[in-house]
Design a protein around this ligand. Structure first.
Ligand code: ADP
Ligand code: ZN
Ligand code: ZN
Length: 817
């Protein structure tokens, strides 16, 4: 009987592929194992076995697989089911889900290797220069990768050269698969078993009495052994004895010590538990009990708790219970809230039961966490991570915590799958019959709506821990202040006064401005021209530190201009302002204080963000200016004043969520003030002090905001009443983009009538020289989602078969945010 496997390849191709396998392979292979398979003319890909069967494919002849890469499945059946769900819900392929779900290092890549042909005969004088260079290199080393050939010839197009050499039969190509993941090896030391007996050991130590350094190392080795059951690493031994590596070397040479190597488990840190008890206050106790009651009958509970009310402590307790049952928990956070602050807090309580999965980790570190979760299926662990941690190979998951559930960064924007990790958390926990807790001080309208309608349970915390009052919020009308000439740069007299008071008390200040750079726009006062990015439809932003004009979409930059580029007038000025400008103004206003800045520009690099937070925590910074990076769940003890420099540019953003977002953002930054000691103060500067959102922020009135926004959503047919699927078309050709968008919108209208909007250009309609146009579908609650999606699928298949639109890509975004 013939045997076949269906496999998932990490490609945007819409189906599983069938390959043939031998009888022996069919016995060995299991779903979830990786295999390498030939694909196309010469490519080799890593695929995941999805199923084994005996039905030959109808339209093509199944090729045999190349190689089995695993001894055991690295993807669980639960994951395969989950992937399938995601691909059908988010209208993407399983291969795209696979790419997002597995650490890159798991996907073996094929790479061509060039070698000299054995016994090749050729006349060197007949070779062209570039051919000669390649041959010369191959005479010195047995094989070259394409990349190496490129660098030898110092050009990208090397295949023609290699083709000539191939046809002259001087070289051969071979595909070599290599595993990208290389575990880190650690050197360990043990005593030669010869000296295991006490007698042998004593005589050894006697013998070494003339070599006290060597003797010391051996004694220290025993001390270390006695302290922990773990093997002793060479590094650790040298560190704790202070001995030189040459001393160790001579002991190794004499074979008194023996060295051996093990794969380092980077995650097996010696985390010490320094806290073993959480004592709730009465409000936490109530909320905790509420959540437990909800979980008796519902699988999801929303915890609405004001900033600093002790939500995190409640998660800890819930997680602890799960670990005590010997099960797994997942703690999801927005990327940026995943700080050492929180990780340390978790470690203090859970010790080495925590695993951290972070996108800033290297590929190898990610593989280790993945393997650790896979292998620890029996052990209780809590995994903490940003959105992609949802894809780890859990086995007995019992609880998912989604902290700051309103955060937009839970949604993957690019590439597909464009998933929302909060929503996937709920799907995954259904799959495991686990529970999900969604927590926020400013829940998303969707989640609050679901709680209101009984789909989720609900628990509340209205008070800050330790009875610290919620900060006092004052609104400053800057139109009025301008009129009365009470502004200094971008600071009102009120804000300056409060900053002075706060600094005088030895406390810290946070200032929030939702734009990075110095000022968004440079404008000529003579002709009105402002410099634009040549690749995108946006104005360039002035950055004073680098004295450059930069594009925030594609990174294009030029030196700052002294004259208008259009009319050469020198009368140019800046409009709007960013974090850099606030920082500069502060330095002049408060020359004796230390000013820091936190935005995308100042936090590059693996620890850039951490460094600024640590400096602020250690009181090395008095005033911290930043973008929304500042809003995310940070717990600073000494901040007593928060200033919002300009609330209006948040509110005026052209998006149906702009008001909800502004509310969340302002309340979250406000929440950084006065968390532990006395009541904090928040000043919001605005040209529109009577705007309903600003009023609702000032009274901390989530429910009013919710009700009012909900009405708008109902009137204008937006979530949570309607679902949205956004189709974005893009191409390098303006006209093609337009025509394709018209075609698509028409096709959609045939099926969905007036619920199709567009085509419409997005606010930035050209990015990196690609033109964008959107078509939006609104789906009423009673309309079948799966039917809707299969219609869209069919429309997209027709679209893709139209030759003139071949260069136009359609990006499907389900539930865009
Ligand atoms: P939230 O997550 O709601 O913003 P946190 O859990 O971070 O609030 O709590 C705010 C502060 O109060 C933290 O410094 C935390 O350590 C402290 N805290 C909260 N609950 C307790 C508790 N039960 N025992 C001791 N400290 C607590
Ligand atoms: Zn001009
Ligand atoms: Zn650009």
């Amino acid at each position: 009987m013939p045997n076949f496997v269906n496999i998932i390849l990490p490609l945007p191709l819409d189906k599983r592929f069938t390959y043939s396998i031998s009888e022996a392979e069919s016995v060995y292979l299991k779903p979830g194992m990786r295999i390498a398979v030939p694909f196309g003319k010469s490519k080799i890909y890593t695929g995941i076995v999805a199923e084994l069967h005996q039905i030959p494919p109808e339209v093509y002849e199944a090729k045999p697989i190349s190689q089995i890469l695993d001894e055991y499945p690295i993807v669980t059946q639960e994951q395969l089911n989950f992937w399938r769900w995601i691909s059908s819900y988010y209208l993407c392929t399983e291969g795209e889900v696979m790419r997002a779900a597995l650490p890159g290092a798991f996907m073996l890549e094929s790479e061509s290797i060039v070698q000299l042909k054995k016994d090749a005969e050729f006349d060197e004088s007949e070779l062209k220069d570039d051919e000669f260079l390649v041959i010369e290199a191959l005479q010195n080393q047995s094989s070259l990768k394409i990349k190496e050939v490129e660098s030898i010839l110092d050009k990208k197009r090397v295949l023609p050269v290699l083709n000539r050499l191939l046809s002259k039969e001087i070289i051969v190509l071979s595909q070599e698969i290599y595993e990208q993941y290389k575990p880190k090896r650690v050197r360990y030391i043990k005593l030669n078993p010869e000296f295991d007996s006490e007698k042998a050991l004593h005589s050894l130590l006697d013998k070494l009495s003339k070599a006290p350094k060597q003797r010391d190392i051996i004694l220290k080795f025993f001390t270390l052994k006695a302290q922990t059951a773990k093997p002793v690493s060479a590094k650790n031994l040298l560190k704790s004895t202070g001995a030189s590596s040459s001393t160790l070397k001579s002991l190794l040479r004499k074979e008194i010590f023996i060295e051996y190597h093990l794969n380092e488990d980077r995650l097996d840190f010696d985390a010490e538990i320094t806290r073993n008890h959480i004592e709730f206050n009465e409000f936490q106790l109530n909320a905790f009990q509420q959540i437990k009651n909800v979980f008796q009958e519902k699988s999801v509970c929303l915890l609405h708790g004001v900033t600093s009310s002790g939500k995190t402590e409640i998660y800890f307790k819930l997680i602890e219970e799960v670990l005590n049952q010997g099960k797994q928990a997942l703690y999801l956070l927005p990327e940026i809230a995943l700080t050492t602050q929180l990780i340390n807090r978790l470690q203090d309580y859970f010790g080495d039961k925590i695993l951290v999965y972070h996108s800033k980790y290297s590929m190898n570190e990610r593989v280790e966490v993945y393997q650790n979760v896979l292998k620890s299926s029996g052990e209780p662990k809590v995994v903490i991570g940003a959105r992609s941690a949802i894809f780890l190979p859990f086995k007995n998951l019992e609880l998912i915590v989604v902290d700051e559930e309103h955060e937009a960064s839970f949604k993957q924007y690019d590439p597909a799958p464009r998933y929302h990790a909060r929503d996937l958390a709920i799907v995954l926990s259904h799959q495991f019959k686990a529970k999900t807790i969604l927590g926020s001080a400013t829940p998303s309208l969707e989640s609050y709506f679901n709680a209101e309608h009984g789909k989720y349970g609900f628990a509340e915390l209205n008070r800050r821990y330790g009875n610290v009052l919620m900060p006092e919020i004052e609104i400053v009308d800057i139109k009025e202040k301008h009129r009365k000439k009470r502004m200094k740069d971008h600071f009102s007299d009120r804000l300056l006064k409060e900053i002075e008071n706060t600094l005088a008390e030895g406390e810290q200040v946070i200032l929030f401005q939702n734009r990075r750079g110095f000022s968004p726009i440079l404008e000529c006062n003579t002709c009105g021209h402002s410099p634009q990015c040549p690749n995108c439809d946006v104005s360039l932003t002035y950055h004073s530190h680098s004295n450059q004009l930069r594009c925030h979409y594609c990174g294009y930059n030029i030196a700052m201009q002294k004259r208008c580029m259009a009319c050469h007038s020198e009368d140019i000025s800046t409009k709007g302002f960013g974090t850099e400008q606030i920082e500069t103004e502060l330095r002049a206003l408060f020359p004796d204080h230390k000013i820091g800045r936190m935005d995308q520009d100042s936090t590059r690099g693996k620890y850039g963000y951490e460094k600024i937070i640590t400096a602020f925590e250690n009181l090395e910074i008095d005033i911290l200016v930043g973008t929304q990076m500042l809003t995310k769940g940070l717990d600073f003890r000494n901040v007593n004043l928060v200033g919002v420099m300009n609330a209006d540019n948040l509110l005026n953003f052209p998006d149906f969520r702009a008001h909800e977002r502004s509310f969340q953002l302002m309340l979250q930054v406000a929440g950084r003030a006065g968390r532990t000691k006395k009541r904090g103060k928040v000043l919001i500067q605005s040209y529109n002090p009577h705007h309903q959102i600003i009023q609702q922020v000032s009274t901390n009135d989530y429910v009013s905001m919710y009700k009012e926004q909900l009405e708008e959503r109902y009137t204008y047919k937006y979530p949570p009443y309607y679902r949205i699927i956004k189709l974005s078309l893009k191409s390098r050709d303006y006209n093609k983009t337009n025509e394709a968008a018209e075609w698509l919108a028409k096709a959609m209208r045939n099926s969905f009538k007036q619920n199709v909007l567009g085509p419409e250009f997005p606010p930035v309609a050209r990015i990196r020289n690609e033109y964008y146009k959107n078509v939006m579908l609104k789906i009423p609650q009673k309309q079948s989602l799966s039917k809707t999606k299969s219609i869209i699928d069919r429309i997209l298949i027709s679209f893709n078969s139209i030759a003139v639109f071949r260069s136009v890509r359609v990006i499907v975004n389900v539930d865009p945010i």
